[in-house]
Design a protein around this ligand. Structure first.
Ligand code: HEC
Ligand code: HEC
Ligand code: HEC
Ligand code: HEC
Length: 368
């Protein structure tokens, strides 16, 4: 064999070895926690080193000192308070301060312009800055999540979300999705597949597992319920859609399929652990968030693509197809089965439990 061939051989060998060693394995040891009954292989496998990094990236900022509830109500002190009117002045200003820290970009806060991200400082009662109108709707959304979606929280007493659960100190949460723009012709146009999809765990499953399931109400159940499935008309494409969604759910929570399923039957609820019921409610909760809260605000972002006057760094507020940036499991979970590693953050903000349920007076979300 010539040296040339030897060199080529060695190079190919090295490449093959690298391909095997580099991306596919995580260095042991890993930790396994038993989930289901003995012998059902329903262990949750966690790499403690990767987990430590994820946990470190999901810390809760320290809460300011609690505000007392005495004195006149905000509704009587201010002119245009539609949702937080039941708070005392101290509580009202405390929540304004924390909303600033949760949502306004660091640069704008550092320049001392935090309140101006949502307010005309000359006239705090005015609704002219669109981010204030958005925030009112976001407050109502937080109320809905914390009051109506308790079944999602897996039985954790007092669990819930704050603005920080999604925003993490940024005006546009970093884990969001929007519909991709697919080619007009060819296989990708027909199937929405054959392109590596980060959403579906870097597989070539459907590139958009979100529009059908987390915006529309497409059926997720695909498995036949009888041994001779004569009446199951589900296509392979629908099955792949379900699979892509499941990949997203697993990676968002940092778990494998057996966190929610006994692989003996992916369909049967009797043998599924309670986490699957949490997830079932989660899918419906996310749909409600996207349909009732995020999508209707789209015109405000379309009218303000560069953000409010005190905008800070440029960020996109709409997707490539012009839709709003929507919520999926990652927006809150960020690689952990309990967002923020289960920190009971909401407990430090009783103000968010006092958001009024009545319709906000500015019923027209988009000022005409
Ligand atoms: C993320 C957006 C946002 C930020 C930042 C913000 N606010 Fe507000 N602010 C609102 C919303 C929304 C309302 C209306 C609440 C309601 O209708 O119940 C409001 C109302 C007010 C009002 C009542 C005005 C009136 O007369 O009706 C005051 C006062 C106020 N904010 C002070 C502040 C201060 C001080 C800061 C900075 C520390 C601040 N806000 C930062 C969203 C924001
Ligand atoms: C369930 C997740 C979620 C929660 C909780 C949440 N938001 Fe949002 N918020 C979003 C998403 C997603 C966007 C971006 C939509 C877009 O840009 O198309 C957004 C955008 C905003 C914007 C517009 C920012 C800009 O520069 O255009 C403001 C202001 C805002 N949220 C305030 C709040 C406040 C205040 C709270 C708490 C009361 C809150 N949000 C809670 C998901 C959330
Ligand atoms: C966080 C919980 C969770 C994880 C993780 C999860 N699933 Fe699911 N899965 C569900 C829920 C909930 C449903 C039912 C959804 C519905 O009916 O709306 C479901 C449905 C399914 C179905 C359809 C069952 C039927 O009756 O047709 C299949 C197949 C499935 N999952 C496979 C998987 C695979 C494969 C994985 C791992 C890649 C996975 N799931 C990870 C919660 C989960
Ligand atoms: C608005 C924020 C938010 C979104 C979006 C969200 N979750 Fe959750 N989820 C939570 C909170 C908060 C908890 C309760 C955590 C705790 O116990 O501290 C939770 C709990 C869970 C649990 C129970 C975890 C356990 O260890 O028992 C599962 C499973 C789950 N979520 C799945 C999902 C899935 C699947 C999606 C997407 C379809 C989703 N979640 C979207 C906030 C969210």
């Amino acid at each position: 064999m010539s040296t040339f061939n030897l060199k080529v051989g060695a190079a190919v060998g090295a490449l093959v070895l690298a391909a095997i060693l580099v991306p596919t394995f995580e260095r042991p040891p890993v930790e396994t926690t038993q989930g289901g009954f003995r012998g059902t292989s329903m262990g949750t496998v966690v790499n403690p080193r990767l987990r430590a990094t994820t946990v470190a990236a999901n810390q809760v900022p320290e809460a300011p000192e609690a505000a007392d509830n005495d004195g006149d109500r905000a509704s009587t002190l201010y002119q245009n308070v539609q949702l937080l009117g039941d708070l005392s002045n101290a509580q009202f200003l405390r929540i304004m301060q924390t909303m600033t820290e949760w949502v306004v970009p660091q640069e704008v806060r550092d320049a001392g312009n935090g309140c101006a991200y949502c307010h005309n400082i000359e006239n705090m009662a005015s609704d002219e800055v669109y981010t204030k109108v958005v925030s009112r709707r976001m407050l109502q959304m937080v109320r809905t999540i914390n009051n109506d979606w308790v079944p999602h929280f897996g039985g954790t007493e007092g669990a819930g979300v704050t603005c920080y659960t999604c925003h993490r100190g940024q005006p546009v949460p970093s884990a969001v999705w929007s519909a991709p723009v697919l080619p007009q012709h060819g296989l990708q146009a027909q199937t929405g597949q054959n392109r590596v999809s980060p959403a579906a765990g870097l597989s070539s499953m459907p590139v958009d597992p979100f529009t059908p399931y987390l915006l529309r109400d497409t059926n997720i159940r695909v498995i036949s319920q009888t041994s001779l499935p004569r009446y199951n008309t589900t296509s392979i494409q629908q099955t792949e859609g379900t699979y892509a969604l499941m990949m997203h759910m697993s990676s968002s929570l940092g778990v494998n399929c057996t966190f929610c399923h006994n692989s003996r039957s992916f369909s049967a609820w009797e043998s599924s652990p309670p986490a699957r019921a949490s997830a079932w409610h989660g899918i419906r909760m996310v749909r409600e968030i996207n349909v009732n809260y995020i999508t209707p605000l789209q015109p405000l972002w379309a009218a303000n693509p560069n953000g409010p006057p005190e905008a800070g760094p440029r960020v996109a507020r709409l997707g490539p197809a012009g839709d709003a940036l929507m919520v999926n499991c990652s927006t809150c979970h960020r690689g952990l089965n309990k967002p923020l590693n289960g920190a009971p953050m909401l407990q430090d903000y009783p103000e968010l439990r006092a958001i009024s349920g009545g319709p906000a007076r500015s019923a027209a979300l988009v000022p005409q």
